[in-house]
Design a protein around this ligand. Sequence first.
Ligand code: BGC
Length: 717
Amino acid sequence: MKSILVLLTISPLLLAQPPAAKPKVEGPWMDKSLSPDKRADLVIAQMTLAEKIQMVHGIGWGALRPGSAVPPGSNEGAGFVPAIERLGIPAINLADSAVGVRMSAVESRYGTLLPSTLAAAASFDPDAAYLYGSVIGRELRAQGFNMSIGGGVDLVREPRNGRNFEYAGEDPVLAGIMVGQLMKGLQAQQVMGDIKHYALNDQETGRGILNAIMDKRTMRETDLLAFQIAIKLAQPAGVMCSYNKVNGDYACENDYLLNQVLKKEWNFQGWVLSDWGGTHSTNKAALAGLDQEMPGDRFFGVPLEKAVDSREIPEARLNDMVHRILRSMFACGVIDNPPVRTVVDPFQGRDDAQHIAQESIVLLKNESALLPLNAARVESIALIGSHADVAVLSGGGSAQVDPPGGDPVTHHQGVSPWMHPVWFPSSPMKYIRAHAPHAAVEYNDGSDPASAAKLAQVSQVAIVFVNQYMSEARDARTLALPDNQDALVSAVAAANPNTIVVIESGGPVTMPWIGEVKGVLEAWYPGIGGAQALSAILFGEVNPSAKLPVTFAKSDADLPHPQVTGIDLKPAGHPPAFDVNYTEGLKVGYKWFEAEHKEPLFPFGYGLSYTTFAYSGLRPDGAAHTVSFTVKNTGKRAGTEVAQVYAMLPAAAGEPFKRLVAWQRVSLEPGESKAVTLAVDPLYLSIYDTEKDGWQLLAGDYQAMVGPLTSAFHIAQ
Ligand code: BGC
C-alpha cells in the first residue's frame, strides 16, 4: 500500500488525468441571491452580438442523422445550443422525452418507457402526472441533458391524430392540469421543460402545410385554454410553436398566438422555440415573438444578425430573446446545478411507470363481474394476440423510447425505426402466469382467428390483446382496429363466453364486438411496467380507478369530421396546402356528442371499478365557487372514485353542453363515506367574450353535476 502511495505522489503522470477543471467564471450574474431576470441582464451586458445570435438558434438532430457530425459539447439529443464558456453559460442540450427519454439505447444509456401521456391523463391524478415528469427529469439529468422537449398538450380534437398518445385528452382543464403538473415535476429536477405544440397541431396529416381555421372564442376556450392552464401551473422554460398555420399565419410567426396571447396576456416569461424546421422567416418570426430557431441557422443566424445590424429588428428584441433563454436557465437551476451524468435506475423507473399504469388502465366493461379473475379457481387461460407472450406496444415518432435489450418481437436493436411498431419487453403472459400459478396459460398469436378460437374454446377464460399502433407524422384513417382484429375478437368471443379484451391503443377505437365480450380493459400504451400493472388489475390486486380522458365513438361517422381532413389529398407526400376548418368549434369531444345528441360508445370520464360508489348531498355555492358532496363506497372492496364535477352555463353562454370544472380522486374502504368540497376556478366557468376581448364570468343560473346528481346554483353580477 505504501509503495502505491509513493508511486501516486511521485509519478502522477503515470495515471490517467482527470479532465482539467473548467476555470470558474465569477461574473456578478453567478450571485444566486439575484433574481433570474437580473442575472440574465448582467450576462447580456457582457455579450457580443455574435454570442447573442449563437444563442437564438440551435444545432440539430445530434446523432439522429446517422453519420452527421456531432458538435463538441452536444449530448446527442434532438437539439443543442453551444455554451458561452467565457461567461460560464453552459450549452443547452435538449432531448425528446414525451413518454421517456428518446434515443437512449444508441448512446448506451437507459430511458424508462412510461405509459403514454394520454394514459397518465386517464388517472385523473395530478400526483401521478407530477411523478411522470419527475421520472423524465431525473433520467434526463442522469443522461446529461438540461432540457426536455416533451409536454404535449394539444387537445384531442381529432381522435385519429397520430400523436394523441402524447397528449392529455380532449378536455382543456384536464389536459392543462395534468400536463402542467407533469412539467412541474420535471422542472423540479432542475431540468428545463417545454410545452408543445403551440397551437392547433391537432392532426399530423399535412401538419407542415395546413392552415387551421378557428374563431377566437373557440381557440381560447378549447385548445389554447389547455396551454394557458399548463403554462400558469408549471412556468415552463420553453413553449414550442407548431408546424402548421393558424388562421393564415404559421404558428411560429403568429403575432396573435405568440406576442398577444402567450407573452402579453399569459405573461409567459420563457422562450418560444420552433418545432424542428418550423421557422419560416427572419423578420416576421422575430417580430411576431419567435425567440429561437430550431434547429439550424437559416433564419436566425446571419440573416438575423444582418436584420439587427440594419435595425430592421431592434437590438432590444434580440436582447429579449436572449433574456428569455438565460432567465429560464437561471430559474430552472441548470446554471447553478448542472446535470451530472450518472446511471439511470431502471428499477425505480419501472416501479414508477407501473404505479402510473395501474392508475391509468380503464375498466370499460365487466359483465357478470367476470373480473377480477379468481387466481385460486381459474384453471386455463387462452392468451391471444398482440405479442402478449413477450411484450407491450409503444407509440412512435419523436416520442419513441428504445426498448432495453432490443425489441423482443422484431429483434431490432439500437435506434428504433421511425414509424414502425416498437415492442417493449414487458410480458403479460409472464405476470399472468405468476398471478395464476395453477392455471394453464397458453398463447396464440391471433394471426389466424380460427386457430385462436380453437384455443379459446378449450380454455376457461380467453384474454384477447388487440392493438392500434400510432405515430407522429401520420394519422389513422379510421377508429377501427387494423389488421382484422375485430374479426379475431368476434371469433374468440363466439368460442368462449368468458372473453376479455385488452386494448393497447394510441387513443379511442371502435368496438363492433362490444356486445359479444364480457370484459374490456383500455390499457393505452402501458409502458415498461405495463404487464405487471395489467395482471395486477386482471387478478384484483389493484382495483381500477382510471376514467376515459377521451370519448369513444361508436363509428367514424359520429365524429365532427368523418375523415381526417386532407388524408386523401394527392400526391400523398406533398399535397397542396389546405385548410382545416374546425367547424365544430367549441364542441370538442364529449361536448360534441352532448350538443349533437349522439350516443358515444363510452363517454369521457367513464370507467368502472371492482366496487361501486354512491353520491349524495350535492351543494354548489355560486358565491364561494365551491361544490360540496359526499361519496360512499357501496361495494365490498376498497377503491378509488374519480369524482368529477361538471357545470352547465346559463343559456346566455350559448353552450349547450356541460364542462368539466373540478375533480378529485377519493379513496374509500368498503362502506366508508367522505365529504368532499372542491373549489372551482372561475376561469373554468367563464366564456371568452370576443367583443370585450377577455374572459367573462356570466351572471345567471348554472347547473352543477357530480355522479348522477344535478343541482342549480346562481352566480350574481
Ligand atoms: C416533432 C417535435 C420534436 C422534434 C424534435 C418534430 O418532428 O414535431 O415534437 O420535439 O421533431 O425531434
